[in-house]
Design a protein around this ligand. Structure first.
Ligand SMILES: [Fe+2]
Length: 463
């Protein structure tokens, strides 16, 4: 008995002393959430002939005065108009914006009519109503435009990734929506997981559109493409990468001089958000490389202090799943991230949660042997938030020991909230699905790299 006590105590001591050389690997024991898809029938289309469905909005220009409204009509092309008006005041005059219409075939699937209408010249920080459809199948939604871009404009983003459409995905979205703070979502890729079904069953793209409508019809989600958006399947003669995704999700890429919707930037409130594509060429001389090189000098931290990057495949991941898949992109772009003092990088792909230290690994030159990450006050914090809860399940096998670059990691589903307070401080929290939204499993006051480049204290208070 005494020996048993000794062994148990020794084990606990070793655990608490940290036999690894990194940060925290949470030992939180979660209830198992079902990572199986919710049946297609649950996401039935709205009632009424040709009713508009799968409604979603995103930012429509570079500064937040435009909104792209997208929706699907299943049977007829028309109406293809969105009607909108200011919610407050005496401005009851209704405006209309016409949509472009597209559709596509994928193997034995034919899409409905997919509409994309850009509403322009909106007022900042103003609530609008909008309507789609006609007669007795009119559907009404609303959104609020962001405040004018400026250095101390508070703004709160939700962050989700790898969502899918399982019971766990449902829980993640409900948790995010139960928090009234979130004003827009940064989505780090892998939307529907249609490609996990036979012949990439594109009905799953439709059901996903219906699933997330309750949030994305009312606030913009900023899109970033993941590997599950590729839908590249030569075995069924589907050879055009990203075909369903690019038909369904439009982004304002031309506003940032990008030549592809897979990489672009926007400004929103006090944030400058750069979206990259892990699955498009990024070597020197490629369109994405050239675009990013020209992009960083355009960021004015006196206007948008917070520089945020979204990409799918994480650069600093200590999970066995997808380990080092982001390495070649890190080698290409990390020096720019450090030179330009990116504040935070959100990635997905790995179905677990992880937060890095502020580290960089840019000194290696093949012969100098300096190939380990080091603490770097100019480096971003890297967040892996691919824990939306899709059909592929949790990634619960971390590399051991926990590497020094890893500050906190946990194999649970959840989402994050990024609350910008002013030019120097932002409050970041990660919420696992099995706790009340008010509880944060991981939290941190983030200090801006341009205005307040000091080392963050874990769970500190704003000073
Ligand atoms: Fe992925």
């Amino acid at each position: 008995m005494a020996a048993m006590w000794f062994i148990t105590t020794l084990s606990l001591l070793l655990l608490s002393a940290g036999v690894c050389n990194g940060g925290v690997t949470s030992k939180y024991v979660r209830l198992s959430e079902r990572s199986v898809d919710i049946p297609v029938g649950y996401f039935s289309p709205p009632p009424g002939f040709n009713a508009p469905e799968q409604v979603h909005i995103t930012q429509g220009d570079h500064v937040g005065r435009s909104v792209i409204v997208s929706w699907v009509t299943p049977l007829e092309r028309h109406p293809n108009v969105v009607t909108y008006w200011e919610a407050e005041g005496n401005h009851k005059h209704k405006h209309a914006a016409h949509a472009i219409i597209t559709d596509y075939r994928y193997f034995n699937y034919t899409s409905g009519y997919i509409h994309h209408a850009t509403i322009k010249r909106l007022k900042y920080d103003t609530k609008y109503f909008y309507e789609l459809g006609e007669h007795n199948v009119t559907r009404r939604f609303s959104f609020t435009t962001p405040p004018k871009v400026g250095p101390d404009v508070p703004y709160t983003f939700g962050v989700m990734g790898d969502l899918g459409q399982t019971y766990a995905s449902f829980s993640t979205l409900e948790h995010y929506m139960s928090n009234p703070k979130g004003q827009a979502v940064l989505f780090v890729g892998d939307l529907s997981y249609a490609d996990d079904h036979p012949y990439h069953d594109n009905v799953k793209w439709d059901t996903w559109g219906r699933f997330v409508e309750k949030s994305v019809a009312y606030q913009p989600w900023i899109w970033c493409a993941g590997n599950h958006e590729l839908d590249f399947a030569p075995e069924i003669d589907e050879n055009i990468p990203f075909k369903p995704y690019l038909h369904r999700y439009h982004v304002p890429y031309r506003a940032s001089q990008s030549t592809s919707p897979l990489w672009y930037s926007i400004k929103r409130a006090s944030a400058y958000i750069i979206v990259l594509s892990s699955y498009s060429a990024y070597g020197k001389y490629t369109p994405q490389y050239n675009w990013l090189q020209n992009e960083f000098p355009k960021v004015d931290r006196t206007e948008t202090p917070w520089l945020i990057v979204l990409l799918h495949s994480p650069w600093y991941n200590s999970n066995n799943y997808h380990y080092m898949e982001g390495e070649s992109m890190r080698v290409m772009f990390e020096p720019w991230f450090v030179q330009n003092k990116v504040d935070i990088v959100f990635a997905g792909h790995v179905h677990a949660y992880e937060r890095s230290e502020r580290i960089s690994n840019v000194q290696y030159n093949i012969t100098d042997g300096l190939s380990a990450p080091v603490k770097d006050p100019s480096a971003p914090i890297y967040i892996t938030i691919g824990d939306g809860g899709n059909i592929e399940g949790i990634a619960d096998l971390f590399t051991e020991p926990q590497p020094s670059y890893s500050a906190y990691r946990e194999a649970s589903f959840g989402h994050s909230i990024f609350e910008i307070k002013n030019r120097s401080h932002a409050y970041y929290t990660w919420h696992r699905n099995h706790e009340n939204e008010a509880i944060a499993a991981d939290s941190l006051w983030l200090y801006n790299r341009y205005w307040y480049p000091y080392e963050e204290r874990i769970s500190g208070t704003m000073d």
